[in-house]
Write a protein that binds this ligand. Structure first.
Ligand SMILES: *[C@@H]1O[C@H](CO)[C@@H](O)[C@H](O)[C@H]1NC(C)=O
Ligand SMILES: *[C@@H]1O[C@H](CO)[C@@H](O)[C@H](O)[C@H]1NC(C)=O
Ligand SMILES: *[C@@H]1O[C@H](CO)[C@@H](O)[C@H](O)[C@H]1NC(C)=O
Ligand SMILES: *[C@@H]1O[C@H](CO)[C@@H](O)[C@H](O)[C@H]1NC(C)=O
Ligand SMILES: *[C@@H]1O[C@H](CO)[C@@H](O)[C@H](O)[C@H]1NC(C)=O
Ligand SMILES: *[C@@H]1O[C@H](CO)[C@@H](O)[C@H](O)[C@H]1NC(C)=O
Ligand SMILES: *[C@@H]1O[C@H](CO)[C@@H](O)[C@H](O)[C@H]1NC(C)=O
Ligand SMILES: *[C@@H]1O[C@H](CO)[C@@H](O)[C@H](O)[C@H]1NC(C)=O
Ligand SMILES: [Cu+2]
Length: 777
C-alpha cells in the first residue's frame, strides 16, 4: 500500500489542465483515487446485435446435460467421475457443438436461432478395447425433445470412435517403474540416480504391426520448485509392448543406452559388467533450469529504473457485451466462442458493418521432433488432444497485458467438472510503437498514430506457453500472431549432434517444427468468393515503342479454380499475392475487392518431414503453407482432438477435403499455418523467449475500399511550416488535448495477491459450493 501511494505521487507530474485523476483499472481489487472534477470514464456499454450462437454452455446448460446423461433412462451406464476407474464408462468433454454455418447465416439474416446441440465425448472403459466416441445431444437445454445420437457428420472417417491405448496409464507407469527396480544398481552407476530421484517419462503409445508399443525414458525429478522436468532427460530408454489390459502380459522388449539396443535386462547387465562399458555424462539439475531472477549478482545497467508503460488517458475506446462475448472496436466487431480443444475462436468479424470473416481460429498445433534417440524421434504432439482450452490460465496484468485491459473469464467442462479461469482473455488497445502513416513535404508534415486493438490469450500446454494475439489495425488489417515461450523439450545429448546443438552438459536442444493450423473463413461482400493469385514474374516484353525487347517484370493474374490446386506455398522471393476476391462485385475501377493473406512477422512454415512416420494421415494440414477448400458444414475443422489416438485412421483426415470441387465464386475457406523451425540454442535456457519465437499472418483489405480508411481517424496531426523560419509552424489538424487525463497508476505495482491461475468445480453430482442456478460469472 505504501509503495502504491509513492507510485501515485511520483507519477503526479503527468498533469493536464492542473487536474489529475488517477484510477486503477479493477476497482474490486485495487484502490481508486480521484481528484478535482475529473470523473472516471465509464466503459462504453454495448449490447450484441443478436444473442451469440457460439456462446459456450452456461452452468445450468452443463449441469442439466450431465444430469440427463447420467440418468438410467439413457442407458449409458456412466460412472460418476469421482468414483471412476479405467474399467468404467464415463463422460469426457461436454460442450457446445459449433452450429452449422448454413443455420447461423440464416439466423444472422433474420431467421430463427440455431438449435443448440452438445458434443459429448464418452469414454467406454468397461471393455478389453477401450475407446472414446462422440455423440450429438440436443436440443439443449435438455427437454422432452432431447435425444442422443452418434456424432458422425463432422468426421470424414465416417464415425466418431477412437481407440484409447493408454487407458491404464497409472498402472502402466507403476509397471514401467518396476523394471527400474531390477536395474537400480546400474541406474545409480550410469545415471547417478534411482527411482527416488528419477522418473519414467512415457511417450504416447503407438501401434506397430498390431502391437501397442510404448517407449519410455528416464528423467530427473526437478530438484527445485521450477517446472524444469522437460529439460532433464537421462540417457536410458525402455521399449515395451503394452498390448492389452493385463499388466502380467506386458513385456519389456529392449533397453537402449548410448545408441546400443539391448535385448532386455540380462543382456544390458552383462554389457554393463564388461570392462570398458562406455558411461555417458550424467544429467544434473541446477540453477540453469530456474526461471526466476538469476542469483549470481550480475546486473544490467540502469535496469532498476522503471521501464516505460502505456496509459489509456481518456478511458476505454472499445465496448464489450460480456454476456454475449461480443466486442466492438472502431469499425470492427465480432463474437467469440471458446472450446476445450482450441481455446478462443472469433466469429462473424465485421468491418464497417459488413462481414469479412465468418470464422477465424486455431485448428491444431503440431510440435514434431526428431533425433537419434527413440523418444525424440517418436515425438510429434498434436496439442488439441491435450486441449488448449483447459490451459488458458489467468493473465498477469502489467506483464501479460496492459493493466487497463478488459479481462474476460474462460470456462469449459470435462469429465463432470467445470473449469473457470478468470481474467484469462485480455482485450486492449496499445500504441504500435511506430506511426501508421507519415509524410514530410517541403512545407507540411502529416503523421498518423497507429493504435492497435488486441485480443490475447495464452495456453500453457505442458512445458510450452503459446501466446495467441488477434490484432486489429486502423487500415482494416487483422494480424493473427502466435508466440512461443516456456520450457523446451530437450533431448539427452548423446548421439544427437545432427538433431540439435549441445546446450548444456548433458542435453541437446532437440530440433522440432511448430506448425499451427488456422481456419480463416473469409467472406468478401457475401459468401461467394474466388481465390486469386497475382504473380510477379520476370519477363522479356516487346513494346511498340521500343526497338528491342525489354527485360522487365509484370503481373500474371490467375484464379485457383479447383480444390486440386488448393494446396499452396508462399512463393519464393514473395513473388505472388494471394487474395480472396469477389468477382461478382467489381469496384468502380473494374478491380475485384478482396482480402489479401500474407506472411507477417517470423517466417511461417510447413512441416519439414514428409509423410511423417509418427503422424501418418493426421498431418495433411501441415504439408503446405496454406490451403483453399470449399466450405462445408461437414468439414468445420481440419483436425480432431482424438486424431492423436489413431494417427493412421484419424477422425478427420484433412487430405480428404480435397475432392476436385470448384472454387470459383463459391463459399471458400483458407487454412493457413503459422510456426517455426525451432532449433534451440543456449539462449533457450531456461526458457524460449518470444523475440524470435513468433510467427504471424495478415489478412488485409486489398482493393476492398476506395482509399485508406485510416484517413478518417482523428488521431493524426498536420503541421504547416515555412522551411528555415522559426515560429512559423501552424498545426492544421490535431486531436484536442484531453480535458481530464485519467492515468492508470497501477502498472508499476499491480496487486497479484488474488492470482489463482484457474479453478474447477464439480458439476455432477453438484458439490455444495456450486449453485447451478447461479448466473455465470
Ligand atoms: C472543473 O470545474 C470548474 C468549476 O466548475 C471549472 O471551472 C473547470 O473548468 C472544471 N475543470 C475541468 C478540467 O473540467
Ligand atoms: C456397466 O459398467 C460397469 C463398469 O462401470 C460394468 O462392469 C458393467 O458390465 C456395465 N453394465 C452393462 C450392462 O454394460
Ligand atoms: C530409494 O532409496 C533407498 C535408500 O537409498 C533405496 O533403498 C531404495 O531402493 C530406493 N528406491 C528405489 C525405487 O530405487
Ligand atoms: C543457486 O541459487 C540459489 C538461490 O536461488 C543460491 O543460493 C545458490 O548459491 C545458487 N547456486 C549456484 C551454484 O549458483
Ligand atoms: C508414407 O509412409 C508409409 C509408411 O512408411 C508408406 O506406407 C506410404 O506409402 C508413404 N506414403 C507416401 C505418399 O509416401
Ligand atoms: C449440419 O449440416 C450437416 C450437413 O448438411 C448435417 O448432416 C447436420 O445434421 C447438420 N447439423 C445440425 C445440427 O443441423
Ligand atoms: C436450470 O434452469 C432452469 C430454468 O431457469 C431451472 O428450472 C432448473 O432448475 C435449472 N437446472 C438446474 C440443474 O439447476
Ligand atoms: C434452482 O432453481 C429451481 C427453480 O427455482 C429450484 O427448484 C432449485 O431448488 C434451485 N436449485 C438450487 C441448487 O438452488
Ligand atoms: Cu519450440
Amino acid at each position: 500500500m505504501v509503495r502504491l501511494t509513492l507510485g501515485l505521487l511520483a507519477l503526479a507530474a503527468i498533469v493536464c489542465d492542473s487536474t489529475v485523476s488517477a484510477i486503477l483499472p479493477n476497482p474490486n481489487r485495487r484502490i481508486r483515487r480521484q481528484a478535482s472534477n475529473c470523473s472516471t470514464p465509464v466503459d462504453p456499454a454495448i449490447k450484441a446485435p443478436k444473442p451469440n450462437p457460439w456462446l459456450p454452455f452456461s452452468r445450468n446448460e452443463t449441469a442439466t446435460l450431465l444430469e440427463w446423461l447420467h440418468a438410467p433412462a439413457q442407458g449409458l451406464n456412466l460412472t460418476v467421475y469421482a468414483n471412476f476407474t479405467p474399467w468404467d464408462n464415463r463422460v469426457g468433454v461436454t460442450e457446445l457443438l459449433i452450429p452449422n454455418k448454413t443455420d447461423v447465416l440464416n439466423y444472422l439474416e433474420g431467421g430463427p436461432a440455431p438449435v443448440r446441440y452438445a458434443r459429448v465425448e464418452l469414454y467406454f472403459g468397461a471393455t478389453e478395447n477401450p475407446y472414446t466416441e462422440d455423440y450429438i445431444v440436443g436440443p439443449i437445454p435438455v427437454s422432452e425433445a432431447t435425444t442422443i445420437n452418434p456424432l458422425n457428420f463432422i468426421y470424414n472417417k465416417g464415425n466418431g470412435k477412437s481407440p484409447v491405448y493408454a487407458a491404464d496409464y497409472q498402472l502402466l507407469i507403476q509397471w514401467a517403474e518396476s523394471i527400474g527396480t531390477q536395474i537400480s544398481d546400474i541406474m545409480l552407476d550410469i545415471l547417478g540416480t534411482d527411482l527416488n530421484t528419477s522418473r519414467i517419462i512415457a511417450s504416447d503409445p503407438k501401434q506397430e504391426d498390431g502391437r501397442t508399443i510404448l517407449w519410455a525414458q528416464y528423467g530427473l525429478y526437478p530438484t527445485s520448485e521450477y517446472d524444469s522436468g522437460s529439460i532433464l532427460p537421462q540417457g536410458l530408454f525402455l521399449k515395451t509392448d503394452i498390448t492389452g489390459r493385463k499388466p502380467e502380459e506386458w513385456k519389456l522388449l529392449n533397453i537402449f543406452y548410448d545408441n546400443i539396443l539391448y535385448d532386455g535386462v540380462d543382456e544390458f547387465r552383462k554389457a554393463w559388467e564388461t570392462p570398458g562399458f562406455n558411461k555417458l555424462t550424467k544429467q544434473v539439475d541446477g540453477n540453469w533450469t530456474h526461471t526466476g531472477r538469476s542469483s549470481t549478482g550480475e546486473s544490467i545497467p540502469l535496469d532498476e529504473r522503471a521501464p516505460p508503460i502505456s496509459i489509456q488517458p481518456e478511458g476505454q475506446r472499445f465496448s464489450v457485451d460480456k454476456d454475449e462475448n461480443y466486442v466492438k472496436w472502431m469499425d470492427f466487431e465480432f463474437y467469440t466462442g471458446f472450446s476445450r480443444d482450441l481455446g478462443v475462436t472469433l466469429y462473424n468479424i465485421k468491418y464497417k458493418g459488413k462481414r469479412i470473416i465468418y470464422e477465424l481460429g486455431l485448428q491444431e498445433a503440431i510440435a514434431h521432433y526428431a533425433g537419434n534417440d527413440p523418444m525424440q524421434s517418436r515425438t510429434a504432439y498434436l496439442d488439441s488432444y491435450y486441449g488448449f482450452g483447459p490451459y488458458v490460465f489467468e493473465l498477469l496484468p502489467g506483464y501479460d497485458c496492459p493493466t487497463y485491459s478488459t479481462f474476460l473469464k474462460t470456462s469449459y467442462s470435462e469429465a463432470g467438472y467445470s473449469f473457470t479461469n478468470k481474467d484469462s482473455i485480455c482485450l486492449f488497445e496499445q500504441d504500435a510503437g511506430y506511426p501508421l502513416q507519415r509524410h514530410t513535404s517541403r512545407d507540411f508534415i502529416t503523421v498518423t498514430k497507429n493504435t492497435v486493438f488486441t485480443l490475447r490469450f495464452v495456453s500453457t500446454v505442458g512445458n510450452y506457453d503459446y501466446n495467441f494475439d488477434y490484432n486489429f489495425y486502423l487500415d482494416g488489417s487483422i494480424e493473427v500472431k502466435v508466440r512461443a515461450s516456456g520450457y523446451i523439450q530437450a533431448a539427452f545429448y548423446a548421439n544427437n549432434e545432427d538433431y540439435g546443438y549441445k546446450i548444456h552438459d548433458a542435453i541437446s536442444g532437440s530440433m522440432h517444427d511448430h506448425v499451427l493450423n488456422f481456419k480463416a473463413d473469409i467472406d468478401v461482400l457475401g459468401v461467394k468468393n474466388t481465390f486469386e493469385k497475382v504473380a510477379i514474374v520476370s519477363d522479356t516484353v516487346d513494346y511498340v515503342w521500343s526497338p528491342i525487347p525489354r527485360n522487365t517484370m509484370r503481373l500474371e493474374r490467375s484464379f485457383v479454380e479447383n480444390e486440386d490446386d488448393g494446396k499452396i506455398n508462399w512463393p519464393t522471393n514473395s513473388a505472388a499475392m494471394y487474395v480472396v476476391v469477389n468477382t461478382d462485385e467489381p469496384n468502380i475501377y473494374g478491380e475485384y475487392p478482396g482480402y489479401r493473406i500474407l506472411p507477417g512477422s517470423g517466417s511461417p512454415i510447413h512441416l519439414t518431414i514428409q509423410n511423417s512416420s509418427n503422424l501418418l494421415n493426421s498431418a495433411e494440414f501441415g504439408t503446405h503453407h496454406l490451403y483453399v477448400t470449399k466450405q462445408k458444414d461437414t468439414e468445420p475443422r481440419s483436425a480432431a482432438a482424438a486424431n492423436s489416438m489413431d494417427l493412421g485412421d484419424p477422425l478427420v483426415n484433412f487430405g480428404n477435403f480435397f475432392d476436385s470441387e470448384s472454387l470459383v465464386q463459391e463459399d471458400i475457406v483458407v487454412w493457413f499455418n503459422l510456426g517455426m523451425h525451432h532449433v534451440p540454442h543456449t539462449g533457450d535456457l531456461p526458457n524460449t523467449v518470444f523475440t524470435t519465437g513468433q510467427s504471424s499472418v495478415f489478412l488485409s483489405p486489398h482493393n476492398y475500399l476506395l482509399g485508406d480508411p485510416s484517413r478518417f481517424t482523428s488521431q493524426q496531426v498536420e503541421v504547416r511550416f515555412t522551411p528555415g523560419v522559426d515560429n512559423s509552424a501552424v498545426v492544421k489538424d490535431a486531436p484536442s488535448t484531453p480535458k481530464c487525463l485519467v492515468v492508470d497508476m497501477s502498472p508499476m505495482f499491480p496487486d497479484f495477491s488474488t492470482y489463482q491461475g484457474g479453478e474447477q468445480t464439480r458439476k455432477f453430482p453438484y458439490t455444495d459450493e456450486v449453485d447451478p442456478n447461479a448466473s455465470d460469472p
